[in-house]
Design a protein around this ligand. Structure first.
Ligand SMILES: *[C@@H]1O[C@H](CO)[C@@H](O)[C@H](O)[C@H]1NC(C)=O
Ligand SMILES: *[C@@H]1O[C@H](CO)[C@@H](O)[C@H](O)[C@H]1NC(C)=O
Ligand SMILES: *[C@@H]1O[C@H](CO)[C@@H](O)[C@H](O)[C@H]1NC(C)=O
Ligand SMILES: *[C@@H]1O[C@H](CO)[C@@H](O)[C@H](O)[C@H]1NC(C)=O
Ligand SMILES: *[C@@H]1O[C@H](CO)[C@@H](O)[C@H](O)[C@H]1NC(C)=O
Length: 456
């Protein structure tokens, strides 16, 4: 349009010059100039598809949820977090929640698109397959983002259609970075997810030893979902969290539900499996998906220990090379009963006498798993290949699973005996932890000192 106008100007200019009428030329020139000006000023407006915004500049989000558990208005459900997840065709966002199984109804997704409300899209509700009989179950709602929406936050509504106002807290959409940039360098190689800390747990010596052992093995980050803990452990975790090694996620599930002390509804009752452990494990996988190559799913008193390598990096480099299509590595759990002590007492260190908790270096006798019963595994997973996880197995994933032989890697789990009737002679001596003592003991001392649990 512009180019043809300029052509006509040139043409008119030439005509006038030929006629030699100066005044007429001048008049025509001005007319054309005004005409062109009108066109150039108008073109960008008429050429746009999107009408100029007449709505309020900030229709959303009015409130952003800063809590890790957000009740969903007009339902009995709880929302936890929202992550970009385009692994399933046609779906964009996964909202992780804890839903009451007997009252699940249709839900509709609404987005905040750069300050403007979107129209709703239907939510696809997926109840996780493990619920162990409890009335509440980990549930994902998958949402599609409408076209031309640069979504920053998401919300769920019980009614579809056009929305004027959403007066419940919005969930920020996280992991937006992963969009097409699969190969970018991740800040962490190994993240440990500790699903739940609750009660007055104050086993601070074992936790300090475990955290320092993780660090020696190459762990970059430990994520802990915290309902409550004892006073000394609180001091230690505050320090680790300030230093950035530990990421504490507040998990006040007991303010919303009656969490069960057990894993089976028929045995212990309550609203939800343990303290919502299945939800936090899944949340941790999504939280780590964009930033960690591997995720270790184990409890706070467990160490996933390589027996043929110095650290997790060398272990996984070898395993991954041998099994390139594997996304889930199952590691056998082995119990080291805390009632049996190593006889020489060489690691019964005087400086730890006043520190509450178990000294794992003193427990070197390992139970054989009961061959009659199922022995549970803990896991190392590639988070991007996992969709749903449970505690001892992955429920939905795209990679293969591998049972790692126990001479390559196993879980060291110092706790009350599982097979209490076994005598010392029936246990196996296992001093793997001692291989690290030279570095481990000074690191534990330093950590306890930083937390004010040892005099400096
Ligand atoms: C989407 O919004 C974010 C944050 O408001 C902004 O940084 C980003 O550039 C936007 N992307 C597009 C494609 O407009
Ligand atoms: C939704 O919940 C928020 C607080 O979470 C409250 O302020 C708001 O009034 C509720 N809206 C409705 C429609 O119940
Ligand atoms: C992760 O491991 C690779 C080698 O496998 C190494 O080059 C990289 O520095 C490690 N990253 C971190 C954060 O330790
Ligand atoms: C892991 O062990 C290998 C081999 O012993 C060593 O070369 C490497 O530096 C170690 N990596 C870390 C992160 O400790
Ligand atoms: C864990 O949660 C409890 C209860 O909210 C809190 O008092 C404590 O400070 C938290 N500890 C850490 C390390 O975040």
């Amino acid at each position: 349009m512009l180019i043809s106008s300029w052509e006509s100007v040139t043409f008119v200019f030439w005509m006038d010059k030929q006629q030699g009428v100066r005044r007429r030329f001048f008049f025509l020139f001005i007319t054309v100039l005004v005409f062109i000006l009108c066109i150039t000023v108008r073109t960008p407006r008429t050429g746009r598809i999107i009408p100029p915004p007449h709505r309020a500049p900030y229709a959303c989000p009015l409130q952003i949820s800063e809590r890790s558990i957000t009740p969903l208005n007009n339902t009995k459900h709880l929302l936890v977090s929202a992550y970009m997840d385009q692994r399933v065709n046609g779906l964009d966002v996964r909202i992780i929640g804890i839903f009451k199984r007997d009252s699940i109804r249709k839900l509709h997704c609404v987005f905040c698109c750069a300050g403007q409300l979107s129209s709703t899209t239907p939510g696809t509700i997926l109840q996780h397959s493990d619920n162990f009989g409890f009335p509440y179950v980990t549930t994902d709602v998958m949402c599609q983002i409408p076209q031309n929406c640069n979504a920053t936050h998401v919300n769920l509504l019980t009614q579809p259609g056009k929305v004027r106002l959403v007066d419940q807290p919005w969930l920020p959409i996280r992991n937006k970075r992963s969009n097409g940039k699969e190969k970018e360098k991740l800040p962490f190689n190994f993240t440990v997810c500790i699903s739940n800390l609750f009660g007055n747990y104050n086993n601070v010596l074992q936790v300090a030893q475990t955290m320092e052992m993780y660090r020696l093995l190459g762990v970059d980050r430990v994520v802990i979902y915290n309902t409550s803990c004892g006073p000394d452990l609180d001091r230690l975790l505050q320090i680790y969290s300030k230093e950035g090694f530990v990421e504490m996620v507040p998990w006040p599930i007991d303010q919303h539900l009656n969490p069960s002390p057990g894993w089976l509804f028929s045995q212990s009752g309550g609203d939800v499996h343990y303290f919502g452990q299945l939800t936090t494990l899944n949340e941790c996988i999504y939280r780590s998906m964009d930033r960690s190559r591997y995720v270790l799913l184990n409890d706070i008193d467990e160490i996933i220990m390589p027996y043929k390598h110095n650290n997790l990096t060398s272990l996984m480099d070898v395993l991954q090379q041998q099994h390139p299509n594997t996304g889930v590595y199952l590691i056998e759990n082995h119990i080291f009963p805390k009632k049996h002590f190593e006889p020489s007492g060489r690691f019964h260190l005087p400086q730890w006498n006043g520190v509450p908790g178990v000294n794992i270096l003193e427990h070197i006798y390992r139970e054989d798993p009961d061959s009659q019963s199922y022995h549970p595994h803990k896991m190392i997973v590639q988070p991007r290949l996992v969709e749903w996880t449970s505690v001892h197995e992955v429920l939905k994933s795209s990679g293969q699973q591998l049972k790692v032989p126990m001479d390559v890697c196993r879980v060291i789990h110092v706790r009350v005996a599982l097979r209490g009737s076994l005598t010392l002679k029936q246990l196996n001596e296992d001093k793997r932890l001692w291989d690290f003592q030279e570095k481990l003991i000074p690191s534990v001392d330093k950590a306890l000192r930083r937390a004010g649990l040892l005099p400096s």
